[in-house]
Design a protein around this ligand. Structure first.
Ligand code: DGL
Length: 267
C-alpha cells in the first residue's frame, strides 16, 4: 500500500457516485475502486447485523484491491457500521455523517437544521448527535424518505412520483422553519434540483460529499498518502448485483467516465 494505491469507496448502489463526483473535482489524480452493493439495495430497511456483514465483505474485497484508504460513501453505513468498525483496519476510514454535520452547522443561520435520510440512518439519530456535538443549541428535524432510493436506482430522477414524495417528506420539515437541509443519504443529491424547486432558494441544501472529500484530502496529506505522481488515475467500478441500471444511472451523474461496470458477488 502506497501513495499510488487506490481509494476504496462503497455504497448500496449509485448513491456513492455523488461522493465520487466531489472526489473527481477535488482529488482528480487519485485512483479509486468503487463498490455498489446492488444485490442488497436498499440498505435503509436492513438490520444492523445485516449491514455489519455487508460492510465486512465489502472491506475484504477492497483490501484485496490494495486500497490505501476507504470512504464510506453511504449515510446508512456511516451512521451504523462505521462507528463499530473504526480502528479495526490498518488504513484510514471516513464516512459522510460527521462531514455533513460540520457543513450544516456552518451553513445554518437560525440553528434549525433538517435532515433527510434512510429509515436506518434516521433511527440511529447519528446526524442529530453529530450536529449537536458541534452546537448543542441546534434543533434537528429528521425525516426518513424510503421512496427515494428505489426510484433513483431505477433511473427515475424527476416527474410526478418524485414530486409527490418530495412534498410528503419535506413539507413537514419546512413547517419547522429549517433553513438548511442535509441530504443525509448519498443518493439524494441526484434530486437536488426538484428538492430545491420545492423548498425554495432560502433553504441551503447540504451535500456532505464536499466536506467528506476535504477531510479525505487532509488525511491523505497527513499520512503521506496523497498521490502526486502525475500518472493517469485508474478508476474501477464493481457491483454485487444489477450492473445495467448502475451503468445507466451512473452515467447520468458521471457521464462517460463510467466505461464499464464489473460484477463481483461477495456472498
Ligand atoms: N446511499 C445510502 C445512504 O447514504 C444507502 C441508501 C439505501 O440503500 O437505502 O444511506
Amino acid at each position: 500500500m502506497g501513495k499510488e494505491s487506490p481509494i476504496g469507496i462503497f455504497d448500496s448502489g449509485v448513491g456513492g457516485l455523488t461522493v465520487v463526483k466531489s472526489l473527481l473535482e477535488r482529488l482528480p489524480g487519485e485512483s479509486f475502486v468503487y463498490f455498489g452493493d446492488t444485490a442488497h439495495v436498499p440498505y435503509g430497511n436492513k438490520t444492523e447485523e445485516q449491514l455489519m456483514s455487508y460492510a465486512r465483505n465489502i472491506l475484504s474485497f477492497l483490501i484485496d484491491k490494495g486500497v490505501k484508504a476507504v470512504v464510506v460513501a453511504c449515510g446508512t453505513h456511516s451512521s451504523i457500521t462505521l462507528p463499530r468498525l473504526e480502528g479495526q483496519y490498518s488504513f484510514p476510514m471516513l464516512g459522510v455523517v460527521k462531514a455533513g454535520a460540520r457543513s450544516a452547522n456552518r451553513l445554518s443561520r437560525n440553528y434549525k437544521i433538517g435532515v433527510i435520510a434512510t429509515q436506518a440512518t434516521v433511527s440511529s439519530q447519528a446526524y442529530t448527535r453529530e450536529i449537536q456535538i458541534i452546537n448543542p443549541s441546534c434543533e434537528v428535524f429528521e425525516a426518513a424518505c424510503h421512496k427515494f432510493v428505489p426510484l433513483i436506482e431505477s433511473g427515475v430522477l424527476e416527474g410526478e412520483e418524485i414530486q409527490g414524495a418530495i412534498r410528503e417528506y419535506i413539507a413537514p420539515l419546512l413547517e419547522n422553519r429549517v433553513d438548511s437541509l442535509v441530504l443525509g443519504c448519498t443518493h439524494y443529491p441526484f434530486l437536488s434540483s426538484p428538492i430545491k424547486e420545492f423548498a425554495g432558494c432560502d433553504i441551503e441544501l447540504v451535500d456532505p460529499s464536499f466536506e467528506t472529500i476535504e477531510e479525505l484530502r487532509d488525511i491523505l496529506i497527513r499520512d503521506n498518502l496523497f498521490n502526486d505522481s502525475g500518472d493517469s488515475p485508474i478508476r474501477q467500478f464493481y457491483v454485487s448485483g444489477n450492473d445495467e441500471s448502475f451503468y445507466k444511472v451512473g452515467r447520468v451523474l458521471l457521464g462517460d467516465m463510467i466505461q464499464s461496470v464489473k460484477r463481483a458477488a461477495l456472498d
